[in-house]
Write a protein that binds this ligand. Structure first.
Ligand code: SF4
Ligand code: F3S
Length: 106
């Protein structure tokens, strides 16, 4: 399955949602996750993310491995999102910032 990682936090551009053929994105306050049981590995979302936050689970960058389990967990709790919406207000400023994991809202 594909996995949303740290750089989505506080950006949430949602371009990914628009292209997913199986609607397997789930939305929290400042982050999105993919349900690994529903993702069909089509890879369409990966190039769409302006924050380059999406990776195939075997290619998640070093130090971000915990996002694999986090996507699985939070996708069971958060509501489904099927349509693109505006990014978070300060998305451009937060894009690329380090240490955003501690700012994740659940
Ligand atoms: Fe959806 Fe395809 Fe991305 Fe999986 S890889 S989340 S099915 S767009
Ligand atoms: Fe997040 Fe990128 Fe989608 S920032 S909401 S994974 S387009």
């Amino acid at each position: 399955a594909f996995v949303v990682t740290e750089n989505c936090i506080k950006c949430k551009y949602t371009d990914c949602v628009e292209v997913c053929p199986v609607d397997c994105f789930y939305e929290g306050p400042n982050f999105l996750v993919i349900n690994p049981d529903e993702c069909i590995d089509c890879a369409l979302c990966e190039p769409e993310c302006p924050a380059e936050a999406i990776f195939e689970e075997d290619e998640v960058p070093e130090g971000m491995e915990h996002f694999v389990e986090l996507n699985a967990e939070l996708s069971e709790e958060w509501p489904n999102i099927t349509e693109q919406k505006d990014p978070l207000p300060d998305a451009a400023e937060w894009d690329g910032k380090e240490g955003k994991f501690e700012l994740l809202e659940k």
